[in-house]
Design a binder for this molecule. Structure first.
Ligand code: 1PR
Length: 475
């Protein structure tokens, strides 16, 4: 059984590294998605349709599967079938590619069954108990296949809804999920205690069961005085990945650092610990801003030594998210600053009609002379695979996403963008998907405070005609 690059390896070569040959079990070469009209990597929940062979290892036409990749084997009708392979396909931005192949007890999936909720667990079970191979041999439809076959070329990517948990130690030393207003996580009451909204592992599981497409943990204070190998977030990831079968992202403190005993630990080593504990992506905040500043200072030269370059070289760019914490800076005129400005519908305190978005570090405590366009273009060049686009002005306000910011960043880069900060109700998700080209949208406070569930957001989007993945409970 091969997963993701494990499917790619059965072919003879790939544009990703033409010098390196594959297993050549199937002759043919992989190419890269065209990124002139869509975001690449292809990240999200899509189909694995097999209209000509409903016996493919428990795949269901009504289910969605989690993909994350930039390279793919283009589907040519009949080509692999004539070699005796059963084939499932998916389509992204007009390109139909191979989503899974099977022959006897050989199965390979471009998607990640281990991260595709119950729909993916069904595929793994069909492989492990032999029912997938048996059904393929007898050519009888599997009980699990259900529903009508979809058109091969149907676009299947769903709108991705992400739940984010900001985690930190409270004043009693317990790790809690918290949520700030414009990054201030302390209660307004006199004692100014850290807002405690619940336990990270329990809440992640609840959001998974409500249909969250991904769960993100942000460690919003570094856990000092603790050996890195014992970081509490590692345990949270281990426990979460036992019951949550969707992608997990972890952010906070991913940078070159020095352990309590004085040993130097690289960002790559920290990321490796997180991946081994169950993370699928790491998210880098402050360190990305500093690296971008150096990139411009060096005349846009890369030396391969930044955390982003090292982690994306080792694990692929789809594993590296850059979390951006911008703040609005208002200016009276378009050319009042060297930075990329937007004309805003929400003027500043002195009626300024323009603003630019300044990057911050250290959880918004320090503002830098770098704008979001500069930052996102620099980290894209370094090999980041996705942008988590927060907005300090909007964070915790329940007033909707900053559409102007999202539009500006989407126009600047080709990697996917996750819109974040400001979600207060399901209509805000519809608004950001309809009015911008964002690739995903993230909510935090509205879910933590119990005002809406992820399921309610999904139901609302579906009512409005947007394609979403619904949670499947039964294996
Ligand atoms: O700089 O690499 O150590 O990473 C630190 C990470 O922690 C960054 O990703 C940064 O965004 C995050 N962070 C730091 N301080 C805070 C804070 O709140 N005091 N939280 C913080 C950022 C932002 C969102 C939030 C959305 C949605 N949280 O992820 O969940 O704004 O909120 P909403 O839906 O309730 O409006 P490094």
């Amino acid at each position: 059984m091969g997963i993701c690059v494990g499917l790619q390896a059965v072919f003879s070569s790939s544009a990703e590294d033409p010098e390196c040959s594959g297993l050549s079990l199937i002759p043919g070469s992989l190419d890269r998605f065209d990124d002139t009209t869509k975001s690449v990597p292809h990240i999200g929940w899509n189909n694995a349709s097999c209209p000509t062979n409903p016996n493919l290892y428990g795949l269901r036409p009504s289910s969605k599967y989690y993909y994350v990749h930039s390279y793919k084997y283009p589907y040519k009708q009949g080509e692999l079938e004539s070699l005796g392979w059963a084939v499932a396909t998916a389509t992204y931005g007009g390109e139909t590619f191979v989503g899974a192949i099977a022959k006897g007890n050989v199965l390979a999936t471009q998607f990640h069954p281990e991260k595709s909720g119950v729909a993916g667990l069904r595929v793994i079970r069909a492989f492990l108990d032999g029912s997938g191979a048996a059904a393929l041999a007898s050519n009888l439809p599997q009980a699990a296949s259900g529903g009508a076959a979809e058109l091969v070329a149907a676009e299947g990517l769903t709108r991705r809804v992400i739940a984010c948990l900001d985690v930190r130690a409270n004043d009693q030393g317990d790790l809690v999920v918290t949520k700030g207003d414009q990054y201030d996580v302390r209660e307004k009451s006199a004692d100014r205690s850290v807002r405690n909204l619940g336990k990270p592992v329990d809440m992640a599981r609840r959001y998974y069961e409500q249909g969250a497409d991904e769960v993100t943990f942000l460690n919003i204070t570094s856990f000092r005085d603790c050996p890195i190998a014992d970081l509490p977030m590692l345990e949270i990831l281990r426990r979460t990945s036992e019951t949550v079968f969707v992608p997990l992202t972890i952010g906070g403190g991913i940078r070159d650092t020095v352990d309590v005993d004085g040993t130097k630990v690289s960002a790559l080593e920290i990321a490796t610990m997180y991946f081994k504990s169950g993370a699928d992506k790491v998210s880098i905040g402050s360190d990305a801003v500093l690296a971008a500043e150096e990139y411009y200072a060096a005349g846009k030269t890369l030396y391969g030594n930044t955390a982003i370059e090292q982690i994306s070289k080792a694990y692929g760019n789809q594993a590296v998210v850059v979390s951006v914490d911008p703040k609005r800076v208002y200016v009276p005129k378009l050319d009042a600053t060297r930075h990329s400005t937007v004309k805003t519908k929400f003027p500043g305190p002195k009626g300024e009609e323009y603003c630019w978005y300044a990057c911050t570090i250290k959880g918004g405590r320090e503002t830098r002379d770098l704008d979001v366009v500069e930052l996102t273009q620099a980290v894209e060049a370094m090999g980041a695979g996705e942008i988590l686009l927060n907005c300090i002005d909007k964070d915790g306000t329940n007033s909707g996403f900053d559409l102007e910011l999202i539009t500006q960043v989407k126009e600047a880069i080709r990697i996917p963008v996750i819109a974040s900060s400001g979600a207060g109700n399901p209509a805000h998700f519809e608004e950001v998907f309809e009015k911008t080209t964002t690739d995903a949208a993230l909510g935090a406070g509205m879910f933590h405070r119990g005002e809406y569930t992820v399921q309610q957001v999904k139901d609302y989007l579906a009512e409005k005609g947007l394609v979403v993945r619904q949670f499947e409970g039964d294996l």
